[in-house]
Design a protein around this ligand. Structure first.
Ligand code: CO
Length: 156
């Protein structure tokens, strides 16, 4: 277990923009990565963290909104609905930047657990928002991109 260095924008943008690769091996490397992501997220008091934020290009992320620790391997949001009441969003890779991002209030996520069991679960509220934010990271999308997109739509 170790607290890893978190890549930050704009310095590490090149890596943060990469599209992460699916996990195929559910082995000790994956367990160690998940443990380190959890430890790093808790240490820096984040609501979530994805592997790419510590420089590992794998579709892995963790979420902790205060109630429980969630782990996702190869997550895909298959359904989303509603409007999330929590507007403000931040990111450990974008220190000191906070902005409003529109997210769904409810999401259905298909993912693998750390042992490779495929699961489908629903999440609401803060957890739904955090999962959307982390899934974006796996595709190289930062929340400031969402803010820019929203502003563009507003002026149209
Ligand atoms: Co983030």
């Amino acid at each position: 277990m170790a607290v890893r260095r978190i890549l930050t924008y704009p310095k590490d943008e090149e890596i943060l923009r990469k599209v992460s690769k699916p996990v195929t091996a559910f082995d000790d490397h994956l367990f160690e990565l998940l443990s380190d992501l959890n430890e790093t997220m808790i240490f820096y008091k984040g609501a979530g963290l994805s592997a790419i934020q510590v420089g590992v290009m794998k579709r892995v992320c963790v979420v902790n909104t205060g109630k429980r620790l969630l782990e996702f391997v190869n997550p895909v949001i298959t359904k989303q609905s509603g409007v999330n009441k929590i507007k403000e969003e931040g990111c450990l890779s974008l220190p000191n930047i906070w902005d409003e991002v529109k997210r769904p209030n409810k999401v259905t996520v298909e993912f693998d657990d750390r042992n490779g069991n495929h699961k489908t679960e629903e999440f609401i509220g803060y957890e739904a928002k955090a999962i959307c934010h982390e899934c974006d990271h796996l595709d190289g999308i930062l929340f400031i991109d969402r803010v820019k997109q929203q502003n563009k739509n507003r002026t149209r």
